[in-house]
Write a protein that binds this ligand. Structure first.
Ligand code: GRF
Length: 196
């Protein structure tokens, strides 16, 4: 049987993309990244993809008159790859209902907070401002609410009183890189069990 097909959608640095690539190379995640799609031409993650022999596409949302128009092309590009899962990895836009419906229960995201706390932008800063003693990251299914779909996995980190936003973000990022590949593998397993 061939490996499950992943399309990874990014906007920037791509460190989670790289963690997924490494997990696949290590045989920990049995899957294949069939394409990486970025909405930003300058996303560093595009280089990581091509360096690792993965096809990379840019679909620049800023060139479209509306998010809906952009997403028509995004849906077409993803569908072409016939993915089993769509993996959002630092994709900095909210997905519209058409995309969510086109890949129902097949889109995963990672967010650097213990959801349902601190949705939206700068969750690490929000955590520091709230004075919590624990922060972390969450992998969840994407629905059409902001950071709101069913939670699949979480990892926690301690927050220290002297933490800067950058220090906390880095501590969480280490956990993101461990959590995301595992959560993808578990979810793929769940899908296989459902099908059989
Ligand atoms: C990560 O913190 C991720 O949780 C959030 O955006 C950041 C992306 O980082 N959604 P990278 O592009 O994977 O390095």
């Amino acid at each position: 049987m061939s490996n499950p097909r992943l399309v990874v959608v990014i906007s920037g640095r791509g460190s989670n993309l790289l963690a997924i690539i490494h997990a696949i190379q290590a045989g920990v995640l049995k899957a294949e990244i069939v394409a990486v799609i970025s909405n930003k031409a300058e996303a560093k993650g595009l280089e990581l993809a091509t360096k690792n022999g993965i096809k990379a596409h840019v679909i620049q949302d800023k060139n479209y008159p509306s998010r809906a128009a952009y997403e028509v092309d995004l849906i077409t590009a993803i569908k072409k790859e016939a993915p089993d899962l769509v993996i959002l990895a630092g994709y900095m836009k909210i997905l519209g209902p058409e995309v969510v419906a086109a890949f129902k229960d097949r889109i995963l995201n990672i967010h650097p907070s213990l959801l349902p706390d601190f949705k939206g932008l700068h969750p690490q800063r929000q955590a520091l401002e709230a004075g919590v003693s624990e922060a972390g990251c969450t992998v969840h299914l994407v629905d059409d609410t902001l950071d709101g779909g069913p939670i699949l996995a979480q990892a926690k980190v301690e927050v220290f009183s002297e933490d800067t936003e950058q220090e906390l973000s880095e501590r969480i990022l280490i956990q993101e890189h461990r959590l995301y590949p595992k959560a993808i593998a578990n979810y793929l397993q769940k899908l296989t069990e459902k099908e059989n």
